[in-house]
Design a protein. Sequence first.
Length: 302
Amino acid sequence: MVILVTGGSGLIGRRLIPYLETRGHRVVRLVRSRDKVGENAIFWSSSEGRVYWDESGGIDAIVHLAGESILGRWTRAKKARIRDSRVDPTRNLCAFLAGMEAPPRVLVAASATGFYGNRGKEPLVEESQSGNGFLPGVCRQWEAATGPARDAGIRVANLRIGMVLTPEGGALAAMRMPFRLALGGRVGDGRQYMSWITRDDLVAAIRFILESDELDGPINAVAPGSVDNAEFTRVLGLALHRPTPFSVPAFAVRLLFGQMGNDLLLASAKVIPERLQQAGFQFEHADLKSALNDLLQTRPST
């Protein structure tokens, strides 16, 4: 397949592109700076949605990953960037795809488990209702923005991605140093569920969806082994052979990180990858212990 990818320089895209290429697909990055256009990178205007594809061959699929990081204090300007970098470019891209003479067959568009909001211990599958607050609202708009592509007959998969684990960046890289210094510990009361997936399982799931003829709509991109924060802390400490004696009180999280701390670090979402499992996708890392031991290349701990 000929596959176009937005967000190719991000944490997921950097692994996805070579992964797809080694499996025989031709991958072309969509870039928003003309200075970065090259042999396998073409320009797209996020404000117009237009893709400057001038080859005679068609486009089979698009993986749309671009978006402002949600990490950082959520000032009014930051929240606007989070929303505007997702909703408007997605809507513009999908409107452009819908108007193409030969549109791609499939669009895999990023969303997030933030769709569900703070839900305690409730098991959350793709049919579960959205939560309340800033992140659920952004995710609802983000997914709705793919409507023009879906209306045009393109198979659209909205990938609700959990916390992506890789030592090369993201949450795990940020936690690794304090835990190595024996400064790691649970956040708040530790009862909030964390829905995670390794980066390798995520890119494999994207390929699985691209090559499927059936999967569309919302898809939870998380491992089956969601755990609460206290268990995540315990397992990470064991993987690094470090104690985890500390805890960060909830009030301190809110003081340090504001709304982001409350809605992201203290919120609980026990997300189940029901549709991927029903479709037969096999996770390489289905439990947290094996995932962290593998990612951090440590000996299994008891």
